[in-house]
Write a protein that binds this ligand. Sequence first.
Ligand code: ADP
Ligand code: MG
Length: 268
Amino acid sequence: MTLELASNQGQAPAEKGLEHSPLAIRGLTVTYGQKPAVFSVDMTVEPGKMTAIIGPNGAGKSTTLKAALGIIKPVSGQVQVFGKPLEDQRARIAYVPQRASVDWDFPTRVIDVVLMGLYRELGLLGRLRNRHKARAMECLNRVGMHDFSDRQIGQLSGGQQQRVFLARALAQEADLYLLDEPFAGVDAATEKAIINVLKSLRKSGKTVVVVHHDLATVPEYFDNVFLINTRKVAEGSVATTFTAETLQAAYGGRLATAQVDQLTLAAG
Ligand code: ADP
Ligand code: MG
C-alpha cells in the first residue's frame, strides 16, 4: 500500500531541479540493529519553504534528520546539500535536536549556549569578539530571551530552553534549518515565538525542515509535508499531499477516520 502511494504521489515537485534542492536524499537506509529504521528513502526539499516531516512514533523521522546531518552513518544512500556533498556544506545547516536528552548539571550560561553556534566560524582557538557577543544577544532577542542571557540554562523551563537552542541555530546564520520536534512540550508563548521566527527565516529565503508531531497545526504552519513510516509514504505540498489517504498510509489504524477527515478538511 505504501509503495503504491509512493509511486503515485511521492514524486518531488521538481526532480529536474535536484541541484538546487537545499536537501536531497537518495536511497537512504539506516539500521540500528537488524531491522531498518529508515528504508530506501528519497527526499527532495524545496528551497525557501517550510516542510513538515510527519509520521508515527518510531517512523524514522529523527533518524532521517540525523542521517541528513551526517550524525549517523547510513547503510546506503546519498545526501546532497545545495547540490553538493554534505561534507562541504555543513556550515550551511543549523540543527535543533529533540530536546530533553541533554543534562545541564554542568553550569552553562544561556549566552554561552548561543555562542556555541559560532564555533564553526571561530574555530576552536578563535577569539570571541564583542561583535560575536552582540550577534548572540541579537539572536536571543529574536526568540524573546534577551533578558535571560546570564541565567544558567539548566534553570530554565523546557520552552525557554527550546528558544535558546533556536537562538543558537540562528547565530550560525545557516541557509537550511533542521528542527526535531521543536514544539513538543513547550508552552503556548514559546510555540508562537518559535513559529514566528521560522516564518521570518522563510521570508528571508531560508529553508526550514521540521519534524512535527501535531497534525492539527500542519496546514497553518507548513507549505510542504513529507510522510514517513520507515519507508517514504508521500511528499509534496500540504494542499495535495496532506490527505486522508496519505495519513492513513502513514499512521494506519493509529488515527481514527473522523480525526483524519477533520485534519484534512483544515488543509482545504
Ligand atoms: P521517530 O523520530 O520517527 O520517532 P526514530 O528515528 O527516533 O523515530 O527511530 C526509528 C526507529 O529506530 C525506532 O524503532 C527506534 O526505536 C529505533 N532507534 C532510534 N534510535 C536508536 C538507537 N540509538 N539505537 C537503537 N534503535 C534506535
Ligand atoms: Mg524522533
